[in-house]
Design a protein around this ligand. Structure first.
Ligand SMILES: Nc1ncnc2c1ncn2[C@@H]1O[C@H](COP(=O)(O)OP(=O)(O)O)[C@@H](O)[C@H]1O
Ligand SMILES: O=C(O)C1=C[C@@H](OP(=O)(O)O)[C@@H](O)[C@H](O)C1
Ligand SMILES: [Mg+2]
Length: 170
């Protein structure tokens, strides 16, 4: 049976990596976390890549990897929260994948901020107010999706189970 790839999008820390991994286990489908693939390929953390080569180098890599993996049958693909800043990525994902937008309210997201800061260079050196502005700004990127899941009040496991049930993936 042909299975369309699934791409998870949404703001940093909403749970794309965690939920993607759970979906992959529960559905026995291959899992690709784009950020982790890039880190592995370069033997370097994303935050160091940003510091050493700059964000634009990371964005080029992001486009290369997503262009490749968005066409792999059956794959569960967790994107980085900034991937849809690039129109090419948005277009290819909307054409090739079932794009699922994981959403979260600011109030719930705010509770995760401290934990997220270390590994997310985009959040670093910003005030909470600036981060809130980014949170609001980024919402427009995620309007390109096939289905949205609000995650407020749900555990990672519950989010994954709800996706499977509502899309009848099993
Ligand atoms: N539904 C959830 N409820 C509570 N914590 C969550 C949930 N989803 C993710 N998290 C936690 O938030 C953090 C960021 O999750 P992650 O999957 O890396 O997000 P993303 O890939 O979207 O940046 C992790 O510590 C994860 O355990
Ligand atoms: O939103 C962004 O610009 C980014 C999100 C990160 O991924 P997560 O959304 O998985 O945290 C990672 O790709 C990089 O740090 C940039
Ligand atoms: Mg992630």
């Amino acid at each position: 049976m042909m299975e369309q790839p699934i791409a998870l999008i949404g703001f940093m820390g909403v749970g794309k990596t965690t939920v993607g991994s759970l979906l992959s286990e529960k559905l026995s489908r291959p899992f690709i976390d784009v950020d982790k693939e890039i880190e592995r390929h370069h033997g370097m953390k994303i935050r160091d890549m940003f510091a050493t080569y700059g964000e634009s180098m990371f964005r080029e890599e992001e486009k290369k990897f997503i262009t490749h993996y968005a066409k792999q049958e059956g794959t569960i693909l967790s994107l980085g929260g900034g991937a849809f800043l690039q129109e090419d990525i948005k277009t290819i994902c909307m054409e090739e994948c079932l794009v699922l937008f994981l959403d979260i309210s600011w109030e719930n997201w705010r509770e995760r901020l401290d934990e997220l800061m270390e590994d997310r260079p985009v959040l670093r050196n910003k005030t909470v107010e600036e981060i809130r502005e980014l949170f609001e700004e980024r919402k427009s990127l995620y309007q390109a999706h096939h289905k949205k899941f609000m995650t407020d009040g749900w555990s990672e496991e519950e989010v994954a189970d709800h996706i499977i049930e509502s899309l009848q993936l099993k």
